[in-house]
Structures are given as C-alpha cells and as structure tokens.
Design a protein around this ligand. Structure first.
Ligand code: CUA
Length: 412
C-alpha cells in the first residue's frame, strides 16, 4: 500500500485489509460451493430435485454468521473512524480554506501559506472551510479525506511521524481547473517549523555564514558599512582589488575571491591589508571548513551552495501564490491555454469581449482591478469566462496583486 505517515490512520489500513480479506474469503467460498453444486447436483447425478422445506440449523447459521461478519467489519471501521475523529486536546490549529482553485492555510499567529507546513510528531487540528463550492481535502499519505462544504466548518486532525513532502489534492470535482488544486504537505523538524512559522512573510532566513561570523566575533572589528579603523570593511568586497603586504614587506595587489578570503581568515598575518595592522588572529584550525565556506559564500554574496543569490522577490508574488492566481496564470513567457500570461500584460494592448461584444483596450490600472474583482466584465480573446470573481479580497491584497502584475509589465 501507499506509504503511511499518520499513526491514527494505521487502523484505516487495517480495516481495509480485513475487509479485503473477508471479501476474498467469501469470493473463494462462494465460487467453490458453486462449482461443487454444479458437479454434485447436475442432471445426470440428480435427475430429480428433492423437495426440502425448511432447515432450522441452516437458517440459524445463515442469519448469525453474516450478522457476526458484518458487525465485525463495522467494528474495525468504527474504531479507525473514531481514532480519526477524536482530535487530541491542545492540538495546534490551522485554518484550511479552499476556493476555486487554490488552498490557503492560516496559522494561529496569523501567518498564511499556500502550502501546509506541520511539525513532526505534533497533532494538528484542521478547521476546513470552503469559500465557494464543494471541495474535498485529501492527503493520500495520511488516508485523510474530508469534504469541504461552503457555509460549514469541518474539523479534522493529522499528525506525521515521518519528515518529508507529500501531496494534497482536491478530490471533489469543483469546476474547470479542479485538477489544478494540488499543493504540498511539508513535515519539518520542530525547530525548523518554528523558524518557518515565525519568519515574517517573504523574509529570507538568516544566512548561515552571517551566523558563523557573528559567533566568531568577526564584527567586533570588521564593519559592514564601508567604514573601518582597525580592520577593513567587509561589505561589497567580491571581485574588488586590495593591496596587501607580504611578510617580507613586499606589496602586491590581489582580487578578493574565495581563495583569498580563505587565506585571509586562516592566516591573516601572511597577507596584511595595506593600511591596517597585523592584529587579527589566525583562524586556521579554529574554524571548521564548513563554517569557513559558509562565511566566504556570505561575504561573496553567494548562497550556501555557492550560487549567486536570487534577485529579491516582489512581495505581491506571495499574494499571487496564496490567492491561487498562479494555478492558472504564468508570470513569464507566453500565455497558456488556461489563462493569459501576466508577463508584459500591464500597459499592453488587449482584445476581449464585453458583454459578448469585441473590444480593444489597454491593460491599465483600472483594467487590472476589474479583471480581478469582476473577471466576467472583460473576457480576454481566446478564453472562456471561467475565472472566479475575487470580490472578497481586502484593499491591501488587491493593491498588492495589481502592483505585482505591474512589476511584470513591459518586460517584452
Ligand atoms: Cu476543489 Cu476540486
């Protein structure tokens, strides 16, 4: 069976196997009886049918046995159902909101996310609700599937004993893009989960190199703002040129790269930066190779793997992910058959239908606003009128989305 990560749902698998076992047993029994009857009571062996009227024992057995089997099956189903219905006291609560065609998870501290993050081995209560039509919240790895009916809040709970990433599906047909209602369940170690939960939206986690440098006290002497009396500043140094003095007094110029920085940390006295004293202790042996790599990557403006840091992300991107815009729209490249691309949309000439009539226009601020709040008012050429109206967004979210779309404008 598909791997299972929710211990309370182990009994669901058990119930399934028991029911499957009984079904196979009864199938075999019925088939064997049938074949035996065919052979034993065929016309040649029994040319004349016996006229049997009533058999108390047979009647008792065929009433009692199936009743016992059915009650037994009910019992296995009932205990597993009960385990999944009994939400442990003090479970962490997460609001799960479904809409056509996206998911939104809201945590107790107000944090929202388009994916479900949970800590390992901690019970999580889910408060399920739908904003529009009937959806169904389904995590195959947890054997959890609950309908989400508009106007009704349903409770469920989950808990994972395994780290990792698992699928979340909508399992109730909810319109044209039902198949797009896919997201992830991410099970993190408790500490990582806390870090994620308390990080401000969009805030990058602190680079490891920065932590290393703080721990080793680098900033007691070095500054990150271009100033420095006792030690050279360390901001924006990647690729710059420095004059250094070798122990013999010879001056030389070096380019700041990973090799130089490692030498400068391991044994600073061998290459003293011109204008500064030989005050820094050598960190060779003190600082592990991993810590040094992290510090060097941080100083060179690289991420922990040594790759260039990604450009800062527009805050509206998070909103667009959360509201599910990106389930249908793309933000770079050509339009898909699902929806017009948002890339270069702002300020471009557009063609569409207003109440069925062909029109041309410009994708300006007002157009973007209307297209989100009341998408049926202008249906882009080549598309059907399928986008749900986002008329319940607050002003701030709406502005954020519009500004995000504008930030993609004019790129082609
Ligand atoms: Cu929501 Cu299918």
């Amino acid at each position: 069976m598909y791997p299972q990560i929710f211990s309370a749902a182990r009994e669901v698998d058990q119930a399934f196997l028991i029911i499957l076992g009984f079904s196979v047993l009864i199938l075999v029994l019925v088939t064997v009886c049938m074949l035996w009857f065919l052979w034993r009571y065929n016309f040649r062996r029994s040319p004349r049918a016996a006229d049997i009227r009533g058999n108390v024992w047979a009647e008792i057995i065929w009433t009692a046995l199936p009743t016992a089997i059915v009650l037994g099956l009910f019992w296995t189903g009932w205990t597993s159902f009960k385990a999944m219905r009994t939400i442990p006291e003090g479970a962490m609560e997460v609001q799960v909101e479904a809409r056509m065609w996206s998911w939104k998870f809201t945590y107790e501290n107000g944090k929202t996310s388009p994916e479900l993050f949970i800590p390992l081995d901690v019970p999580v209560k889910l408060a399920l609700s739908s904003r529009d039509v009937i959806h169904s919240f389904y995590i195959p790895a947890m054997r959890v599937k609950w309908d989400m009916v508009p106007g009704m809040e349903t409770d469920a709970w989950i808990q994972s004993d395994t780290l990792g990433e698992y699928d979340i599906f909508c399992s109730e047909y909810c319109g044209l893009r039902h198949a797009n209602m896919i997201t992830k369940l991410k099970v993190l170690p408790g500490e990582d989960f806390e870090t994620w939960l308390n990080a401000a939206p969009g805030e990058a986690t602190k680079p490891r190199g920065l932590t290393v440098m703080e721990e080793f006290g680098c900033f007691d002497c070095h500054a990150m703002d271009g100033t420095g009396d006792i030690a050279p500043p360390l901001n924006d140094i990647a690729g710059t040129t420095r004059t250094i003095i070798l122990p013999g007094g010879e001056k030389r110029s070096v380019t700041v790269d990973a090799g130089y920085l490692k030498r400068a940390i391991s044994n600073p006295g061998a290459e003293i930066v011109d204008g500064f004293g030989d005050d820094m202790p050598p960190y060779e042996g003190d600082m592990s190779g991993e810590d040094m790599d992290a510090a060097v990557n941080y100083l060179l403006g690289l991420d922990e793997g040594g790759a260039p840091l990604a450009a800062p992300v527009h805050p509206g991107l998070r909103l667009a992910e959360e509201e599910g815009c990106l389930m249908c729209h793309v933000t770079s490249g050509d339009s898909t058959e699902d929806a017009p691309s948002l890339d270069g949309l702002y300020g471009s000439e557009i063609r569409g239908r207003v109440s069925g009539e062909e029109q041309t226009g410009v994708a300006d601020d007002a157009h973007l606003h209307t297209s989100i709040v009341d998408p049926s008012a202008w249906v882009a050429d080549g598309y059907d009128d399928v986008m749900p109206a986002y008329d319940d967004l607050d002003e701030e979210t709406l502005e954020g989305l519009v500004s995000f779309i504008k930030s993609l404008g004019g790129s082609r």
